[in-house]
Design a protein around this ligand. Structure first.
Ligand code: ADQ
Length: 476
């Protein structure tokens, strides 16, 4: 059986028990079904970086330290100050520097060197996310002709936005060195196809010889999901857990929940503004709703993130200062992470979830909330139309424009007053959508497509009005 190499910025090593974001959860089935080697950054910064290998349950983990310079340029610099904002449509927040770009390419070269030491010809390589876009190119330059796939967890904006990134031509076209490039939604896939057509004049249906043979790059849509039934089971048990019971008992009336990393893409400040407008317009709900916003800090070294933490704190204080009385506060703002079990129970106890990112590749919180509900008396999902999840949740969620606080405030009022029959029928539609894209099949779908063992559907065909998304690789 071919080994699957998973490459991502962070690695959930067994020793560290680290949660590499949601990646560990979405890759669980892959790690169980295939002999895997997971390679990436150790999370440590060292003057003399080392690479270590660990083994557990038939899988191996290879992690490399970074130097201070690598961390500044590759991670904090190009990945988080350029690619993250631009791929989230925030040109205004991007801070480009050529030094960061060269650090970004250097660290990708380093991972390629580490991979080249251990890769065998029939190993399959699956690269995750924006930090590692140029990795396939670096591997091809080392004469490695393995099957290499890439999945972008975050959005791919239209070419009009990507082309505003200085030196985009040294970064984005390197995706053409992969055999398969996967996106969360058809819209992302179509945006990428349009970039290739506009910038590289890449036609479909033309085969060009490349190096040792023909290689055709394919684009596919593979929406990430959650472990629907497992998460539902967890929530059923967790609602009885002490922490969840304490929270539920301390809330007068209904609970509304928001769970996000502290990131500008999540739209938290506009969301608080919407809640403020809801409170102003709906005095009848005072004392009967509590909004719990759970927001662990992230990337605090970056200026925008630190500023946003202050703004959100001040807004939460203002809302409570304006509307609280001795027996009720309209909101609780919590800055720490919770276990999956606790989160699942809180989702189940919440009458409303407010998930209003300004842009999001998918948004797993929306999916976890739906999975956690009691089908007999479910809560209501208010979801941004700009989250990838909106493509699957058109039927069932209250879709909102997160830039319009009045519309979000109206959606909160509608959700709070929604009769049970409507909540049940909306939830049934959402749950059915979840089951169609359960994460236990996600890795299999991607890898089957990459290995070419199964027919797979190139969904983007009509969105970009092309005959096919099969494209010829063209090295850059
Ligand atoms: P993220 O931007 O991290 O992921 P998201 O999809 O919402 O965003 O996943 C966050 C995960 O972290 C969820 O599983 C959530 O439960 C967990 N989490 C959030 N707050 C937490 C807290 N306070 N305590 C504990 N856990 C918490 C990126 C992309 C997304 C895409 C995913 C997966 O930005 O768009 O959906 O990858 O592809």
């Amino acid at each position: 059986m071919a080994r699957v190499f998973i490459i991502s910025n962070r690695v959930a090593t067994p020793q560290a028990g680290l949660h590499a974001g949601g990646l560990e959860v979405v890759l669980k089935a892959t790690l169980k079904n295939y002999p895997c080697v997971w390679l990436g950054w150790s999370g440590e910064i060292k003057a003399h970086p080392k690479t270590r290998t660990m083994h557990q349950k038939g899988n191996s983990y290879i992690v490399s330290d970074l130097t201070e310079e690598d961390f500044d340029e590759y991670y904090n610099g190009f990945a988080n100050r350029v690619l993250w904002p631009i791929l989230h449509y925030r040109l205004d927040l991007a801070e480009f520097s050529r030094r960061d770009l060269s650090g970004f390419l250097r660290v990708n070269e380093h991972f390629a060197d580490e991979l080249a030491k251990v890769l065998k010809p029939d190993d399959v390589v699956w690269v995750h996310d924006y930090h590692l876009i140029p990795l396939a190119k670096a591997l091809r330059e080392r004469n490695l002709h393995n099957r290499i796939g890439f999945f972008l967890h975050i959005p791919m904006p239209p070419p009009e936005i990507i082309t505003a990134m200085p030196n985009h031509e040294h970064v984005i076209p390197s995706l053409c060195h992969y055999d398969l490039v996967g996106f969360q939604t058809d819209n992302d896939a179509a945006n990428f196809a349009r970039y290739l057509a506009n910038e590289l004049g890449m036609p479909s249906h033309i085969s060009r010889r490349l190096g040792t043979g023909d290689r055709v790059m394919r684009i596919g849509t593979f929406p990430v999901g959650v472990e629907t039934r497992g998460f539902a089971r967890l929530a059923r048990r967790a609602i009885k857990a002490e922490l969840v019971r304490k929270v539920m008992n301390s809330v007068p009336g209904a609970l509304m929940i928001g769970v996000d990393r502290l990131d500008y893409s999540k739209g938290i400040t506009l969301r608080l503004e919407a809640y403020e407008r809801f409170l102003a317009a709906n005095p009848a709900w005072h004392g009967k709703i509590t909004y719990l916003q759970i927001t662990p800090k992230s990337r605090s070294q970056i200026k925008e993130y630190a500023e946003m933490a202050d703004t959100v704190n001040a807004m939460a204080g203002r809302i409570n200062g304006t509307y609280s009385d001795a027996s009720w506060s309209p909101m609780r703002y919590v800055n720490r992470p919770y276990s999956r079990t606790a989160l699942s129970g809180l989702y189940r106890g919440a009458r409303v979830a407010l998930v209003t990112p300004l842009r999001d590749g998918m948004n797993l919180v929306a999916k976890e909330y739906v999975a956690a509900q009691d089908a007999a008396d479910p809560g209501v999902l208010i979801l941004s139309r700009f989250a990838g999840a909106a493509a699957e949740f058109k039927e069932g969620a209250l879709l909102v424009n997160p830039y319009d606080p009045d519309a979000v405030a109206a959606a909160i009022a509608r959700a709070m007053a929604m009769p049970q029959a409507e909540r049940k029928s909306r939830h049934a539609a959402l749950y059915a959508a979840l089951l169609r894209n359960d994460v236990s099949e996600w890795g299999n779908k991607f890898l089957s497509a990459l290995m070419g063992t199964k027919e797979f559907h190139l969904k983007g065909e009509d969105v970009a009005s092309r005959k096919s998304f099969e494209m010829t690789s063209r090295p850059h």
